[in-house]
Structures are given as structure tokens and as C-alpha cells.
Design a protein around this ligand. Structure first.
Ligand code: ADP
Ligand code: MG
Length: 441
């Protein structure tokens, strides 16, 4: 079969995400001598056309000389092929409820395989509620915001998949913001803007990922604003993600910002240590690998900035263990991940930390390292020392030296003091998390 053979090659060549998003949703059929690939909607068809068609043609030629055509809709039913001209739908508008709308949701990401922790439990709950009662005012639009690799897209997919589990006929359209933007501009060029607009009338939920990329694109924002209003009035669920609180995104129109706040906005923060360790265990289980608790904790301790990195470490570890047929022991993990740790450590030096903390609090580096004990200087100084202990492998005396020759007991005191204060001081805790994120990026 030509298509499975092509797909095997494409899977080896492309990032798995892309394969899942664009190529897996295609259904292959034969029409005369040609290989016809049916896309679930116009967005997928156009993107496949633009990105992959040349390569697909090459591969298809290689595997059987077939010509390749792209089309929209489910596979032609055999009876339709007899006599009657093949009816191919020209957009998702024509899909009837009897034929489930196949969007480009990635079915792998669910609530079941999302690890809950303090940092993400609100976002998880919000996404879950939106999935149970799509379109309800209390969570429409639902906006999930936070740094990269913290699980926004995962939760968005989970909500979409849950909606579809509850109602298999639900029509859910997932688009990255640039896909919305590209599709809109293509529609303008091809003078099919009306059709572009109409596509949204028939869906139950629109999921748009990473709307920070709308910044500065005025016409796209304007179009999105109208789409948004139409969906909102039609009580169709809207779920959006953004890499920060939208009010902080420069170049987003004020009226759009204000609309985004109509429903529910929830932050996702970086996971704490326990959650990270749980995620490692869960991802390892998914890959069928046995990873002991101490190894999970080791990885959780070393990789703290985002979950995607944790996943990278787990991938590397399980792949190596599988290849070599070795169990995942502490020793094996240390050995296999040494390069990853090193890359991380090199990136973070005491000097980096000092500079980041001074910038963060708006201080001169010299002041912060100096002898003055005013609280506005002493606290940031302590934060910087504690971060140096947390994020580098330097000893207390070494850190003391880097802080203008202070004694190691001063550093130890700073670490304890900051830990202690963070338990009751939410602002300090937030500063700490933000600094860690900034330094780990
Ligand atoms: P974002 O969209 O915020 O950049 P993603 O949703 O793409 O992040 O998450 C990056 C990776 O981390 C994904 O593979 C996702 O499954 C995983 N991930 C993030 N948070 C969690 C979590 N709490 N439980 C399980 N996996 C997670
Ligand atoms: Mg994402």
C-alpha cells in the first residue's frame, strides 16, 4: 500500500507533533490511478499542500508511481462512486452531523495522562469544566496562560478530547494562531473570506493555541475579534492559550484584551518538585519503561524549568535503556544524562544569577553585592544566594566568595531564611519562581 509506506518515511523525517497534527488525520483512497488523501477540513488540506505535498509526491512516485491529490472530507463511499460524480465537500460546512467531524485534535493528550499539582490544578479544573459544559458563560472564553512547556496545549487538547468523549459528534477545531492567520490571508487572496467565516458557524468549540502571536497583526486580530464575537454569541466554547497574561502582550488590541477577560483566565505555573517527579514517572510508564523513584527524583531535581525538558530527559533515558537492554538505575541515569545536566549547569552561573536578580529588583549589581544591610538590598541579596545554592553545584563557601567574600554561614543563613519566608510570603514565592524560570530558559 502506497500511503502507509510513505507515512513510514514521513514519520522518520518529521517531528512527531507534525505527523500527528497533519498527516495522521489524512485518509487515503485510490481514485483511478491516483492516490487521494482526504483531509478533515480545509485548514489541514491547505497546510499539507503547502508543507508536505512535494515530499509526499516524491515518496508516492517511489513506492508505486502514483499521482497524488488532496481533497477534503471523508472517503468517498463506494456507492457514490458508481455513476454519480464523486461528491467532495468543499469545506467543513458541508459535513452533516451523521458523519463525525474529524478535527485535528491530538487524541494522545487527555486529562488521564495530565499530572495534577499545585501549579496547574486550577487550570486543569477550568479546562475540565469547560469540557463538561461547553459554552457556559462562567468559562467562555477559557484562557490558559503561562510559560512554554508547562502543559497549556496538553490541557487544551484534553478539553477537546473530553468534549468529544462526552459527545462524539462534537465538532472541535484546533488551530495554532499562525494557522488561523495563514488561513485567513489565503481566504482573502482567494476571495473566499465569506467561506472562511462560515466555517466557524458550525463548530462547537474553537481552540486557538498561542494567541500571543496575534500581536501586531491588526487585520488578523480584527478578523479574530469578529469570529470571537460570533462564537461567543452562539454560545460556542472558545479556548485560548497565551504565553503570558494577555494584558501584558504588547500589540494586542485593547478591545480584544478586554473580551478575553470575559470568561475565565487561569495561570499555569512551573510544577514543583513533587509534581515534576510524578510527571517523570507517568511519562516513563507511558513509554513502558520502569523508572525507580530515586531516578525520577533525580531528574526532577535537575530539570526544573519546564515539562518539555523533563520529557526530553525521559526520552533519552528510556531510549538508551531500551537500546542497550539495561535497567534504569541511578548510575545509568547519571551516566546517560550527564551531558544534559552539564548543558543546564553551564547555562546557569552565579554571575548570571546575580545579574538576573539585580535586574529583577531594579538594583545596581554593585549595590546588591555590597555591604549595606537595608532590607531592599539585603532581601534580594539573600534571594540571589539561595538561588545560587539551588541552581548551581557550587558549595556554600564558593558562593560566599562570589558574594563579595562573605562567609559560608551567611550563605547558609540566606538559604534557610528564604525557604522559611517563602512559606508565608506569596510575593516572594512568586519572585522565586519567576527568577528560576527566567534563569532556566
Ligand atoms: P505548552 O503548550 O504550555 O508549551 P505543552 O502542553 O506542549 O506545553 O507541554 C509540553 C509537554 O509537557 C507535553 O508533552 C505535555 O504532555 C507535557 N506536560 C506538561 N505538563 C504536564 C503535566 N502536568 N502532566 C503530564 N504531562 C505534562
Ligand atoms: Mg503549547
Amino acid at each position: 500500500d502506497v500511503w502507509p509506506a510513505c507515512l513510514r518515511y514521513l514519520e522518520a523525517e518529521l517531528p512527531p507533533e507534525d505527523v500527528l497534527t497533519w498527516l495522521k488525520p489524512l485518509q487515503a483512497d485510490r481514485r483511478d490511478d491516483a492516490l487521494v488523501l482526504y483531509a478533515p477540513n480545509a485548514f489541514v488540506r491547505d497546510e499539507v499542500h503547502r508543507r508536505y505535498l512535494p515530499r509526499i509526491r516524491e515518496l508516492a512516485a517511489h513506492f508505486g508511481g502514483a499521482d497524488v491529490a488532496l481533497d477534503i472530507g471523508a472517503m468517498r463511499r463506494p456507492e457514490a462512486a458508481i455513476g454519480a460524480p464523486a461528491t467532495t465537500r468543499s469545506s467543513i460546512v458541508a459535513a452533516t452531523p451523521a458523519e463525525p467531524f474529524r478535527g485535528n485534535l491530538d487524541s494522545h493528550y487527555t486529562f488521564d495522562n495530565f499530572v495534577e499539582g499545585r501549579s496547574n490544578q486550577l487550570a486543569r479544573a477550568a479546562a475540565w469544566h469547560a469540557a463538561q459544559k461547553p459554552g457556559e458563560r462562567a468559562h467562555n472564553p477559557l484562557l490558559l496562560y503561562g510559560g512554554t512547556g508547562l502543559g497549556k496545549t496538553h490541557l487544551m487538547f484534553a478539553a477537546g478530547n473530553e468534549m468529544r468523549r462526552i459527545n462524539p459528534a462534537a465538532r472541535i477545531l484546533y488551530l495554532r494562531s499562525n494557522e488561523f492567520y495563514n488561513a485567513f490571508f489565503r481566504a482573502l487572496q482567494e476571495k473566499t473570506a465569506d467561506q472562511f467565516k462560515r466555517q466557524f458557524q458550525q463548530i462547537d468549540a474553537l481552540l486557538i493555541d498561542d494567541i500571543q502571536f496575534f500581536a501586531g497583526k491588526d487585520r488578523t486580530q480584527e478578523e479574530f475579534f469578529h469570529t470571537f464575537n460570533a462564537l461567543f454569541d452562539g454560545r460556542q466554547q472558545i479556548i485560548l492559550t497565551c504565553d503570558r497574561y494577555p494584558r501584558e502582550v504588547d500589540g494586542l488590541e485593547p478591545r480584544l484584551k478586554s473580551r478575553l477577560g470575559w470568561g475565565l483566565s487561569v495561570a499555569i505555573d512551573p510544577p514543583d518538585f513533587e509534581t515534576r517527579a510524578q510527571i517523570v514517572l507517568s511519562k516513563a510508564r507511558e513509554r513502558g519503561a520502569l523508572v525507580p523513584d530515586d531516578v525520577a527524583q533525580l531528574i526532577a531535581k535537575k530539570m526544573r524549568s519546564n515539562v518539555r525538558e523533563l520529557e526530553g530527559a525521559i526520552n533519552k533515558l528510556t531510549a538508551q535503556a531500551g537500546l542497550l537492554g539495561r535497567p534504569v538505575t541511578m548510575e545509568f541515569a547519571q551516566e546517560t544524562l550527564r551531558d544534559l545536566w552539564r548543558a543546564q549547569q553551564q547555562a546557569i552561573s552565579i554571575a548570571n544569577i546575580q545579574k538576573a536578580v539585580a535586574d529583577y529588583y531594579g538594583l545596581q549589581l554593585r549595590e546588591m553585592l555590597g555591604k549595606k544591610r537595608t532590607r531592599s538590598l539585603a532581601r534580594p541579596r539573600q534571594v540571589a544566594m539561595a538561588l545560587a545554592k539551588e541552581l548551581t553545584e557550587h558549595s556554600l563557601p564558593e558562593i560566599g566568595v562570589a558574594f563579595d567574600g562573605r562567609d559560608h554561614t551567611t550563605v547558609l543563613h540566606a538559604c534557610r531564611q528564604i525557604r522559611h519566608l517563602m512559606e508565608s510570603d506569596g510575593k516572594l514565592h512568586e519572585d522565586w519562581d519567576k527568577l528560576i524560570r527566567k534563569l532556566s530558559e
